[in-house]
Design a protein around this ligand. Structure first.
Ligand code: ZN
Length: 546
């Protein structure tokens, strides 16, 4: 790498304001310029100007002027080489890697761009009509293919190959290997991608930096990304960010999903979305995300892996969230991914999910509830301790207080409810009976079905799998489930009447959902079917995985 080339690359990839704002509080003046109090002289009114596009800062008070390098050198009191090394590390580069010092960044981008054009041309070649038909069938029409520069890497026995094409453009082997388009085996050069739908990975400033390839047959892996290189570092990029920024400067909300096919599907349905590239979400990616939009929806796949990833991200987010952004989590039902959900249920239902998604405070609360065994004071204390530990992970004070207030409110409701129980004579609620935890869950499951018989249909398969280990409750659910199976229009009243007739209703206790849900939420408004559906799904999962 030659230093001038690297210097230029760093300036293009790191915004000056990003570096300066680590030391100076900057106020936005326009899209690309900022103002703040000068770090080089003492002042009360700001005269220190920062221009991202022109890549310099200037102080009208003390005449200090410079770029990202002079700023880093001066403020951190280090020499040029140390500044270069530090800034390079921010974009994932290590200095002194002699193996690729001869290829300029500009050439690498040019080669990647040429390759993309080759892949697009190959896709549109008549020989590959089958691939194009497949894409169209998946809803990836011409417009979408153009937007995401989708192409195709031909199979090995195809007469036109990327390597030959690039060699004909005077690009040498070393460069092909260096940017991850070819690999060497027993002294022969092979392409990195064969028989794959090619989706370029584009940097925020619009340059192709790598490719994602999706196999068109059953060959593994299903998704293959370019290896990391000087221009491509997975953890520093969000797929789709360029498309989002290009379409609109200020977007109301953005969706973070798991993969590029999800981004493309969401885009197709009109939702701005970005994705990581098959790794856990990094702090850098969270930072990029918060700059794209104020409202961020996390919509990972509905399977267990997706749920686990959501919770891992939640834990990572807690210390990083600020009042400027609102994070919300959506849990898709029935193992569906966003594309499958949209195709099956349409936009209206998807919008309902977005609207009813979980805020940070909801997640903390639900995680606590999930671990709470019963309502003894000991368990409540443990529960509160857990919730408090989560709250204190939030570093920003205002947000921490707001979330603390919300959760304290819910806890007080829970406490006053328990005190109410305790004041009654002969109350056994505090006896730590075995299985009390699952028994309570069984009761709530039955109560929800009782109130909304229609939900039985939605979860039938999972519901009949549950082993109701409590004999009385087993009897109750047998009656309810078989009545609904016989007549799907059976009403709440009919079900309750039958339970009364058979003297089974006593096993349910207070089965009004308002009473049951008062533990889960702070409002007293009527419980609706959607909220019940969410809770039911969570409960079924808990009893089946206990
Ligand atoms: Zn100054």
């Amino acid at each position: 790498m030659n230093n001038d080339d690297l210097k230029e690359e760093i300036k293009n990839r790191i915004k000056l304001s990003e570096i300066i704002s680590k030391k100076v509080i900057l106020k936005k003046k326009s899209e690309n310029s900022f103002i703040g109090l000068c770090p080089f002289h003492s002042e009360k009114t700001p005269s220190f100007h920062v221009h991202d596009e022109k890549q310099f800062y200037h102080c009208f008070g003390c005449e200090k002027h410079g770029d990202i390098f002079s700023f880093t050198m001066e403020v951190d009191n280090i020499d040029f080489y140390s500044a270069l090394k530090y800034l390079a590390s921010l974009i994932g580069l290590t200095l002194n890697n002699k193996s690729h010092q001869n290829i300029s960044f500009q050439n690498k981008y040019k080669t990647l761009d040429l390759s993309s054009k080759f892949f697009i041309e190959t896709l549109n070649n008549k020989k590959n009509k089958k691939v194009l038909d497949y894409l169209n069938k998946r809803g990836l029409n011409k417009e979408i293919c153009q937007e995401f520069l989708i192409g195709f890497a031909p199979s090995k026995n195809y007469d036109s190959q990327l390597i030959d094409f690039l060699k004909s453009k005077n690009i040498n082997e070393e460069e092909l290997i260096e940017i991850g388009l070819a690999k060497k085996k027993y002294n022969n050069l092979y392409g990195y991608f064969y028989d794959r739908i090619m989706i370029p990975i584009v940097s925020t400033n619009g340059k192709i930096i790598a490719f994602g390839g999706r196999s068109t047959n059953s060959s593994e892996p299903k998704y293959l990304n370019s290896p990391e290189s000087d221009v491509f570092s997975k953890r520093n990029i969000l797929f789709g960010a360029y498309n989002v920024k290009k379409s609109k400067q200020n977007i109301d909300n953005i969706i973070l999903c798991e993969g590029y096919m999800d981004v493309i599907a969401l885009f197709r349905f009109g939702y701005p979305a970005v994705a990581t590239l098959g790794t856990a979400v990094s702090e850098k990616q969270i930072d990029l995300l918060t700059k794209l939009s104020k409202n961020i929806f996390i919509v990972f796949d509905g399977d267990q892996a997706g749920k686990n990833a959501s919770i891992r991200l939640f834990d990572k987010l807690l210390p990083l969230i600020k009042t400027d952004n609102v994070f919300r989590f959506v849990f898709l039902p029935n193992n569906l991914d966003p594309e499958e959900f949209l195709i099956k249920n349409g936009k209206d239902k998807f919008n309902v999910l977005l609207e009813k998604s979980y805020f940070i405070s909801d997640i903390i609360w639900l995680m606590g509830i999930k671990n709470k065994m019963n309502d003894t004071p000991e368990e409540i204390a443990k529960f509160w301790k857990f919730i408090r530990s989560k709250i204190y992970q939030i570093k920003e004070k205002n947000l921490q207080l707001a979330i603390r207030d919300d959760l304290e409110n819910r806890i007080n409701k829970l406490r006053s409810k328990i005190r109410g129980y305790n004041s009654k004579p002969n109350n056994f609620i505090n006896l730590n009976l075995p299985k009390i935890e699952n028994d309570y869950r069984f009761k709530v499951i039955i109560a929800i079905i009782l109130n909304f018989p229609k939900l039985f249909d939605v979860f039938e398969k999972k519901l009949i799998k549950i082993k109701f280990t409590n004999n009385s409750l087993h009897e109750v659910k047998e009656v309810i489930f078989s009545m609904i199976k016989d007549n799907s229009d059976v009403s709440y009243t009919q079900l309750v009447e039958t339970l009364k007739e058979r003297d089974l209703i006593k096993f349910l206790g207070d089965f009004r959902l308002e009473a049951i849900f008062s533990k889960l939420r702070s409002s007293d408004k009527k419980v609706e079917i959607d909220e019940s559906r969410k809770v039911l799904e969570e409960l079924i999962y808990m009893v089946n995985n206990n």
